[in-house]
Write a protein that binds this ligand. Structure first.
Ligand code: ADP
Ligand code: TRP
Length: 322
């Protein structure tokens, strides 16, 4: 089975773009791949310097994934910092990382341009990510476009190390899904926290309805035929429908007589009902933090066992085991 690994930073609330663009796909991997999934809380430190918020966010991120269907029995699911060996490997790999490789990273340059402090953590971020990936001999790393370069950096570092010490690390390949079109936001642009155009997961009914009613539509009157493909409501609604249902909705648009308000109300009910069981489950998970921590500890134990195996080999190769 292919070994798939990805990490998610605990960065606050989730929206439909995160769910359909990333989380749903990761959860599907547990059925037909060896899935490694973790909460990248060390990485989050580069943008979040509020200890309480990070600790809370880490538990919430874990609860989100579990509530949406990640099965800790079918995957290895843990919090990055519970496998401390990853820091040791980061240091080892740092010695195989040319400065130029990091200096070329777009993500670092973009973040600095946005005003984030250019400290060593932010600069070394891709080395830590390489350690995450190489530690577990990951073959496939599903990521968004912005993270592709980091997986390429990981390959370069692994090649350098392997050239010196033999085939210790597996070379990973980034996997970027082009088939799932970008989930559009309320205004038709890519749904993103930074654009303020999201429909969020786990909202109370009232707040959810409010967001959906804010979807931008044109002023075609109720009776007139409408172009479904140009409609933001349609393009979001279709994520929840099967082929036949999409065709049916398309026909209603083309026939006229269906107002945007009516479709928004239907979309609201659909989103609400779709996520209701997940929202309930999430509440239960967060109400029992001891249980949640136990689940994470179980995942950490499995991950640590494998990390130790890798590190014993690495320490021997580099001469740290003397
Ligand atoms: P945001 O843009 O809201 O800050 P993030 O960058 O935190 O979202 O995204 C986390 C993950 O969710 C990424 O891996 C990305 O692939 C996915 N994602 C985010 N927004 C979308 C979207 N509109 N369509 C598809 N996938 C998305
Ligand atoms: N940097 C990734 C992001 O911001 C998260 C991440 C950390 C990651 N370590 C990883 C993703 C290893 C894939 C593999 O989205």
């Amino acid at each position: 089975m292919t070994r798939v690994l990805s990490g998610i930073q605990p960065s606050g609330s989730l929206h439909l773009g995160n769910y359909f663009g990333m989380m749903k796909k990761m959860i599907e991997y547990q059925e037909n791949a060896e899935l490694f999934c973790f909460i990248a809380n060390y990485h989050a430190m580069t943008s979040l310097q509020d200890g309480k918020a990070l600790a809370r966010g880490t538990l919430e991120a874990a609860a989100n994934f579990l509530a949406l269907g990640l099965d800790p029995e079918k995957s290895i699911f843990w919090v990055q910092s519970d496998v401390i060996e990853v820091q040791e490997l980061t240091w080892v790999l740092s010695n195989f990382t040319p400065m130029g490789l990091l200096e070329r990273c777009h993500s670092y340059k973009d973040k600095v341009a946005k005003g984030i402090a250019a400290n060593h953590g932010l600069f070394a971020y891709p080395v830590l990510m390489s350690a995450d990936i190489l530690m577990f001999h990951s073959e496939v790393v599903p990521v968004g476009k912005d993270q592709k370069q980091h997986v390429e950096v990981t390959r370069d570092i692994a090649i350098k190390f392997n050239n010196e010490y033999g085939e210790v690390f597996t070379l990973p390949a980034p996997q970027i899904d082009d088939d799932v079109a970008t989930v559009p936001g309320l205004d038709g642009q890519k749904m993103s926290k930074s654009y303020g155009n999201t429909i969020d997961l786990f909202l109370e009914e009232k707040a959810l309805r409010k967001q959906i009613m804010r979807i931008v539509t044109d002023s075609t009157p109720v009776e007139a035929p409408k172009d479904p493909d140009k409609c933001n409501v349609f393009n979001i609604y279709r994520l929840f429908l099967d082929k036949e249902q999409v065709e049916e909705l398309r026909k209603r648009y083309l026939a006229g007589g269906t107002g945007y308000g009516e479709v928004k109300q239907e979309l609201f009910e659909t989103v609400r009902d779709f996520f209701a069981p997940f929202t309930e489950r999430r509440k239960e998970l967060l109400a029992d933090t001891d249980g949640l921590k136990k689940t994470l500890a179980m995942g950490a134990e499995k991950a640590r066992y494998l990390a130790n195996k890798t590190m014993r080999k690495v320490r021997k190769k580099v001469g740290i085991a003397y």
